[in-house]
Write a protein that binds this ligand. Structure first.
Ligand SMILES: Nc1ncnc2c1ncn2[C@@H]1O[C@H](COP(=O)(O)OP(=O)(O)OP(=O)(O)O)[C@@H](O)[C@H]1O
Ligand SMILES: NC(=O)c1ccc[n+]([C@@H]2O[C@H](COP(=O)(O)O)[C@@H](O)[C@H]2O)c1
Length: 177
């Protein structure tokens, strides 16, 4: 039995992420998704709470025919012990999936196999671009799974993002963490 671990901020979970989870589900028996920066929310870079992102990811993973787990992972100040921090919070896993250079490095230094993938349609499937489209009032719904559109609608996420972006009187920027 093999278990794969995939971490991201998923602000929001988009179709590139879904390509990744589809691929992981084909390669391992069980999939663990870590919601990174779980402590962050209500900024332009990280608009959605861990709970809201758990709703997005869980509903998308429900469509898979595979056992899945979703675990929030808060950031910590020391990169050197971050993998141990994840291991203390998540079900045991055999292989990590990431395209993030720092994440790859930290897992490899901890002796964990890392699998990378191609970037799917990175021109459009990038969280920061999707958030920008939401703020600018452009269409974005075709870039994320339907379940994610439903969650963002339920939590009134568009209104929150626009307000904290400053378009509606707030003063946050994409650089805020
Ligand atoms: N289009 C994509 N195809 C394949 N992997 C992707 C794609 N977009 C992101 N990833 C990978 O998924 C993981 C989580 O990504 P993340 O949540 O940071 O999304 P992002 O689109 O890069 O968002 P942001 O622009 O907010 O940083 C990372 O390993 C990232 O490289
Ligand atoms: N020291 C740390 O807390 C640490 C180190 C590396 C990555 N991370 C987190 O892992 C996640 C990686 O996801 P992305 O690939 O989406 O950037 C992010 O939430 C990032 O903050 C945290």
């Amino acid at each position: 039995m093999t278990r794969g671990f995939y971490i991201g901020r998923f602000q929001p979970f988009h179709d590139g992420h879904r390509e990744m989870t589809d691929r992981i589900a084909e390669e391992v028996d069980e999939v663990v998704v870590g919601i990174g920066s779980a402590d962050a929310s209500h900024t332009v870079r990280n608009p959605f709470t861990a709970g809201e992102r758990i709703m997005m990811v869980s509903r998308v993973l429900d469509e898979l025919d595979t056992q899945t787990y979703v675990v929030p992972i808060e950031d910590i100040d020391r990169n050197s012990v971050w993998v141990g921090h994840i291991q203390s919070m998540a079900p045991d896993f055999d292989v990590a999936y990431s395209n993030n250079p720092l994440v790859i490095r930290l897992f490899e230094e901890a002796g964990i196999e890392v699998r990378q993938s191609e970037m799917y349609n990175r021109g459009d499937l990038k969280g920061s671009r999707i958030r920008a489209r939401m703020i600018e009032g452009k269409d974005w719904e075709h870039l994320v799974p339907d379940a994610v559109v439903d969650v963002i609608d339920e939590i009134d996420g568009l209104e929150r993002l626009r307000r904290i972006s400053g378009d509606d009187g707030g003063d946050a920027t994409e650089n805020d963490h």
